[in-house]
Design a protein around this ligand. Structure first.
Ligand code: TYM
Length: 326
């Protein structure tokens, strides 16, 4: 059975970009592979976090994992800080990583640009991400497009380690969807939808109520003209909305375009909001049930026990190969 690993940061509100780009794939994969889904709170503290909010968000992301349909009987769901091997392997990988490699990471450049001070953790973040993946001898990593460069580093580090010390670490493959892997911002289709954007109209959060979704879609930037046509270069706003429609409905953009021929943006946007609300409604209902059940912490605790066993096994092999006394 193939091994799958992926993670989501408990920072900000999860949005439909996270869902369509990554989390929705998790649910499908749990029936075909041995899956580990992690709430990566060590990654979240690369930028300042309020401790109480971080704790709450960590539980929220875990609850959302379960609410979208991840079944703890099929997949291992856990919190990163509960497995110390992540931080340990990250250090060892840092010592294999070149300064130049991390300097070229576009996400680091985007997040640090114009800031006077940012943490060293923000810089070394991709090595922690590599550790997350490599500890579980992962075959497949379902992620959105923005994580591709980080995945390439994880692959390079696995290969480098194996060449230097012997074949211990499995080289992972990214799994990046054809549609949905890069959902753009609703207020600016030139930027990606993001948890950290200041404008709340940038995104649709998984916990947004139906009215909010309707409003945000109605306000979403479209392009001049009124033709519902997929053309990312000349019609980036409408094309982004069509990608969202297509990922939620499972229909091709061509089918969607022909349905709205001659109808303009209004009808299309109204139906899109309804489509999103139908799916989010189910998730939100399950979320509230899970929250009320009080079972999430126990699920996380069991997940961490299993994750620790698997991660420790790899860590011991790595330590031995590197010459640490084990
Ligand atoms: P994070 O928390 O920023 O995002 C979680 C997942 O959502 C995807 N995503 C998107 N997909 C489509 N369109 C968007 N606009 C969009 N925005 C975000 C991300 O690609 C990601 O798959 N570094 C990772 C977390 C991480 C991780 C890992 C992932 C840590 N360790 C190991 C995989 C394996 C991150 O910050 O994702």
């Amino acid at each position: 059975m193939k091994r799958v690993f992926s993670g989501v940061q408990p920072s900000g509100e999860l949005h439909i970009g996270n869902y369509l780009g990554a989390i929705r794939q998790f649910v499908q994969l749990q029936d075909q592979a041995d899956c580990f889904f992690c709430v990566v709170n060590l990654h979240a503290v690369t930028v300042p976090q309020d401790p109480a909010v971080l704790r709450q968000k960590t539980l929220e992301v875990a609850t959302l994992y379960l609410a979208v349909g991840i079944d703890p009987l099929k997949a291992t769901v856990f919190v990163q800080s509960e497995v110390p091997a992540h931080a340990e392997l990250a250090w060892m990988l840092q010592c294999l990583t070149y300064y130049g490699e991390l300097s070229r990471m576009t996400q680091f450049k985007d997040k640090s640009i114009g800031k006077q001070n940012f943490s060293v953790g923000l810089f070394t973040y991709p090595t922690l991400m590599a550790a997350d993946i490599l500890l579980y001898q992962t075959d497949i990593v379902p992620v959105g497009q923005d994580q591709k460069q980080h995945l390439e580093l994880a692959r390079d580090l696995a290969q480098r380690f194996n060449q230097r010390y012997g074949p211990i670490l499995r080289v992972p493959e990214p799994m990046i969807g054809e549609v949905g892997a890069k959902i753009m911002a609703l207020d600016d289709p030139g930027k990606k939808m993001s948890k950290s954007a200041d404008n709340i109209n940038n995104r649709i959060n998984l916990m947004d109520d139906a009215k909010t979704v309707q409003k945000k879609i109605a306000r979403a930037v479209t392009d001049s003209g009124n033709e519902v046509r997929y053309d990312p270069e000349y019609k980036p706003g409408v094309s982004n909305l069509m990608s969202i429609y297509s990922t939620f409905s499972g229909e091709s953009v061509a089918t969607i375009a022909s349905r709205y021929t001659g109808q303009g943006y209004g009808a299309f946007k109204g139906d899109l909001a309804e489509l999103i609300n139908r799916e989010l409604g189910v998730i939100q209902k399950r979320y509230q049930e899970l929250k009320a059940s009080g079972t999430v912490e126990e699920i996380l605790s069991q997940g961490a026990t299993k994750a620790r066993q698997v991660a420790e096994e790899t860590l011991q092999q790595v330590k031995e190969k590197m010459g640490f006394i084990v």
